[in-house]
Ligand binder design. Sequence first.
Ligand code: SF4
Length: 328
Amino acid sequence: MLQLDLTNSIKSIKKIKAKNILLQIPEGLKTKVEGIINELKENGLNVITSMDPCYGACDIKQSEAKQMNCDAILHLGHTKFVEKSSIPIVYVPLKYDLGDRFERITKIIIEYLKDEEISEVGLTTTAQFLGYLPELKKELVGEKIKCIIGKGKRVEDGQVLGCNYSSAQIKAQTIIYLGDGLFHPLGIHFSTQKNVIIANPLILEINTLNEEKDKFIRQRILLIEQAKNAKEYAILVTTKEGQNRITKALKIKKDLEKAGKKAKIYSMDFISQESLLGINAEAFINTACPRISIDDYFNYKKPIINYTEVDYMLKKKSYDKFNLAIVY
Ligand code: SF4
């Protein structure tokens, strides 16, 4: 079950003497927004809630907080990401309480590693399960399995984000990903080239990426090759502070023009097919969150690739060394 504990964050807000709060809430928690506002109000805080979509800790609404005369941001659902801010930010990550599932998935992991004769692993996960990594390490070490929880850049130890796999850049050849879904495990594989084992504590299953990684790379190559046929590109830049890469966009524009292509830069807060109506370019280059072009590419009417994939399109890099990493 997902748990949100506001107690410590209310203490942190009081410590910095903030009174007027801009509340940022992820889409999945919006149905609980009234209860959260009431709890904050009962603690003497004045709350203005930002209702724009918020998908990550990179999406911090500093300008909106100032426009709304707020003196701090309460950002729910994610861990710290933005390093410099003109306004105090208090983060409240969502945490999973796995109950006895943790013990059960640990047993499943140990059995699997022993069957496969794997004696050294790295441990990774997302914010929701981070609290379980030290305990998992302890259990594995107790079974004589060496464990590394990597220190990343701008993330907690062992934490991965869709744009940041720095904590997985470790010596172990096998990385365990504690969590669900394929997006992060694929990201770990394509930014480290290591074997990834997905240990899903929700359905108590272990999986590898054998088929998925081939399917994924074929999909990416197809999109990149489609984008290669374009004569004119739209380079998309978001104004979201933690995802803004105007410098990269300008560099890519230059590279494309050098290669005889045309390119224009478009800025917007939220990138979606609807916001791109009227653009004549035949392909999009996304410089914002990589999930837009990986998880959502089928929602766009023209091929959309990440800016890190332009080098493959311009044949500066070969697909043999395909790397998904966007390292901060
Ligand atoms: S850029 Fe995307 S993957 Fe990275 S933190 Fe933001 S929402 Fe998550």
